[in-house]
Design a protein around this ligand. Structure first.
Ligand code: F6P
Length: 537
């Protein structure tokens, strides 16, 4: 591997300073550095990747054994080595398929759970499963991280397809979240779904207990209006949820990869089981493409290689995800967990330090809002932020087609502006037109220069349907997988979230005055002191 990284470093040096716009002197540049799959187009031509660079990056996948690792994942090998688990979220979206883990066929269980979810979602939607006060009008999903972000992101993304009860999400342990969500809801017609793989997560269990107390004030048997999505069936029983409304999943479904199964129940209730099937079919279509397409035509592989080029070769520490799609407003947060919890690791699979920095910081906001907030830094700041634009060719509001035209124009204009920039001569002309002369013209012109050569990619799709959303999410999941394989890390554990959880347990008693303040540092003691005196009034 080291020789390939060295060759990529040399390649980066040799193309440094090459204007991106100059690459388009070749009329074949755009199609040659784009890939189409499942009706979507991923254009990475506005990056400094050329044919030699791409060939080197593809050799990196070969040296890392990507093809073997990919087959190992799809066929149920225990590739999550630090937890001894298979990684089979792909099985959830391919219920007609067949996969074994240690010789046991996992698909009958997947199909049975999916059928039970469908039946329950249909009952909730039709009113056949009523609350004490009649048909369910509101569903509250209580979960956090992977048990929240996926369905919360997708429910918003697919708003045009909602024809079920309203769906709300509570994740934060901050009581403000649940208080604001429950305010205005009728407990007699509300279904609470407690989503937690482990059923031990303190935020979720605290919120679930609060929701149960809220419901008990008006509903005789509050447990009847609760469902659970979890692998811990003993714990859901202890909480008092009827096993008929518990939807389990196996340890081979990681939290941040879990929206394809029971964790997606709130989405299924919102859009209906048939459209949920379309979402699964979109994910499965991307799986089939990922598994079969050669690297140079493989969308997830190329998306990953663009990421590797920018983060691990050029050293750009962050990347921005910029959906020009208001309904994808939660996608950056979803991708933050998917990418940063998966690839934010400090050791390789065998416990040695990685050869290159691991996952970059992922952040973003929908366009055009971001343009009026942080794009200033993206265009003129001193750090390069590779940008990942995404946009639909069509919206869902035919009466507002002129809005969509403007949205598209902005998305396309931004990637063009990042690439071409504005030269000092052009800036001088603008300053002269504004009436500046002499030294002041020169000074003013410098503030109006855009360095350009800022890389971006664009993913364009026909319309944000359930199927397309499934494709996009699976695309990003596989991107994370490919980057993880190249970096030699385990993308499927998350030990880095443990320490904070443990320390919160030891700090909490100090706040209630019950704990012994042993092993406490001066800063934490000061902060505790402030809280105590503020609370004392
Ligand atoms: O933040 C750590 C984590 O374990 C995530 O990986 C997971 O998605 C989240 O907590 C919630 O966990 P659970 O579904 O077990 O409540």
């Amino acid at each position: 591997m080291q020789d390939l990284w060295d060759a990529l470093d040399a390649q980066a040096q040799s193309v440094k300073g090459r204007p991106l716009a100059a690459l388009f002197a070749d009329p074949a540049r755009a199609p040659a550095f784009s890939v189409r799959a499942e009706g979507m187009l991923f254009d990475y031509s506005k990056t400094n990747i050329d044919a030699d660079t791409r060939a080197l990056l593809i050799r990196l996948t070969e040296a890392a054994g990507l093809a073997e690792c990919r087959e190992a994942m799809f066929t149920g090998a225990r590739i999550n080595e630090t937890e001894g688990r298979a990684v089979l979220h792909t099985a959830l979206r391919n219920p007609g398929g067949s996969v074994t883990v240690d010789g046991a066929d996992v698909m009958p269980g997947v199909r049975e759970t999916l059928a039970r979810m469908r039946a329950f979602a249909d009952e909730v939607r039709s009113g056949a499963y009523p609350g004490q006060g009649g048909a369910i009008t509101d569903v509250v999903n209580i979960g956090i991280g992977g048990s929240d972000l996926g369905p919360a992101m997708a429910v918003l993304a697919l708003a045009p397809y909602h024809d079920g009860p309203r769906v709300h999400f509570v994740s934060n342990v901050d009581g403000a979240h649940i208080a604001d969500t429950l305010k205005g809801l009728n407990p007699e017609t509300t279904l609470v779904i407690v989503a937690s793989k482990t059923f031990t997560t303190i935020e979720t269990m605290t919120n679930a207990a609060t929701a149960r107390a809220w419901m008990a004030e008006r509903v005789q048997d509050p447990g009847d209006q609760f469902a659970a999505l979890s692998s811990a069936l003993d714990k859901t029983a202890d909480f008092g949820i009827d096993p008929g409304r518990v939807f389990g999943f196996e340890d081979w479904v990681g939290g941040r990869y879990s929206m394809w199964g029971p964790i997606g129940l709130s989405l299924m209730i919102a859009i209906g089981p048939d459209r949920f099937d379309d979402f699964l079919a979109g994910g499965a279509a991307m799986d089939a493409h990922f598994r079969a397409a050669p690297a140079a035509e493989n969308m997830p592989v190329l998306l990953a290689l663009v990421g590797i080029w920018h983060a691990q070769v050029l050293g750009h520490a962050t990347r921005a995800v910029l959906p020009y799609d208001q309904r994808l407003a939660r996608l950056p947060a979803y991708l933050q967990q998917l990418e940063m919890e998966s690839n934010g690791k400090g050791v390789t699979m065998d416990g040695t330090p990685p050869l290159r920095p691991t996952g970059p910081v992922v952040w973003g906001e929908p366009g055009t809002n971001g343009q009026h907030a942080f794009y200033q830094l993206i265009h003129q700041g001193t750090q390069v932020v590779p940008c990942e634009f995404m946009v639909a060719a069509q919206g869902h509001e035919p009466d507002l087609a002129h809005h969509h035209r403007l949205l598209l124009a902005n998305a396309l204009a931004q990637s063009k502006a990042l690439m071409r920039g504005r030269s000092l001569d052009e800036a001088r002309e603008i300053a002269a037109d504004a009436g500046f002369t002499g030294a002041e013209l020169e000074r003013q012109a410098r503030h109006r220069v855009f360095p350009g050569n800022r890389p971006s990619t664009t993913l364009i799709y026909p319309q944000l349907t359930p199927r397309i959303l499934g494709q996009i999410i699976a695309l990003y999941e596989h991107r994370v997988f490919v980057e993880g394989v190249i970096l030699g890390i385990n993308s499927y554990d998350q030990w880095g979230v443990e320490l904070g959880k443990e320390l919160a347990k030891s700090v909490e008693p100090l706040l209630s005055g019950d704990g012994v303040a042993a092993d406490i540092d001066g800063s934490t003691a000061q902060l505790l002191g402030f809280v105590r005196s503020a609370q004392a009034g």
